[in-house]
Design a protein around this ligand. Sequence first.
Ligand code: IPE
Ligand code: IPE
Ligand code: MG
Length: 248
Amino acid sequence: MARTSSFAPLEQGELKVVPTHVAIIMDGNGRWARARGVPRVAGHRAGARNLRRVLRDVIELGIKVLTVYAFSTENWRRPEREVRALLSLFGRMIDNELDELKRNGVRIRHVGRTERLSPQLVKKIRYAEQVTQENDRLILNVAFNYGGRAELVDAVRRIVAEGLAPEQIDEQTIAEHLYTAGMPDPDLIIRTGGEMRLSNFLLWQGAYAEFYVTPTFWPDFDREELLKALLDYQNRQRRFGGLPSQQG
Ligand code: IPE
Ligand code: IPE
Ligand code: MG
């Protein structure tokens, strides 16, 4: 019973619309750490722990696709020590969480480049993708070494390599050559840590996503914060360039 009562807003029927695809820019680990006088890396560890918790809520709420921004193509610019810590944290997350994710029906997908990642890490990622490929309760896209521009460059390269003629190329062609091929676009992009920018995240896919920013740092983004974001989303009116439906 404790489980349902902690989901009070759901019980009250307040949450009626759950987005299919939620994407999160998990920002603010460094500032979270700084506020506590601990190293930035400790903030990243706290962030990883938080992802575990948020995943449980996301599954319970029935969200079908979750894309999390864990490491951008620009994050290589950080001090080597921090980069190394982020890389090893990703590997450790796979080691520690894979069994449970698999049991819980989560399908893991990597979105991003494998270039610059160690062969061991790439092997781990591929293994995690492979052993969870039959799962369909939740698709978890981990955007790691991901950049929206790099993704578009990769898509164009593949399209050219396939020898497609200019007139054969339309929006669907591009969508099908992105890392997220076959997946619905994000309905809601959440950014923690307060910055009001995309930082190269899902540039193509986010064309009509609703954007939600909270000042809360990622390690503190809990179930209540998630529900707040979802409740906010459900009051948005999505028009996709058209007119509100009641004026149709
Ligand atoms: C987000 O937290 C995690 C990554 C970008 C890898 P940050 O490390 O960017 O935290 P802030 O923005 O410095 O607080
Ligand atoms: C975006 O955060 C990338 C991730 C959360 C992984 P950043 O901290 O790298 O973004 P900027 O530098 O503030 O734009
Ligand atoms: Mg940041």
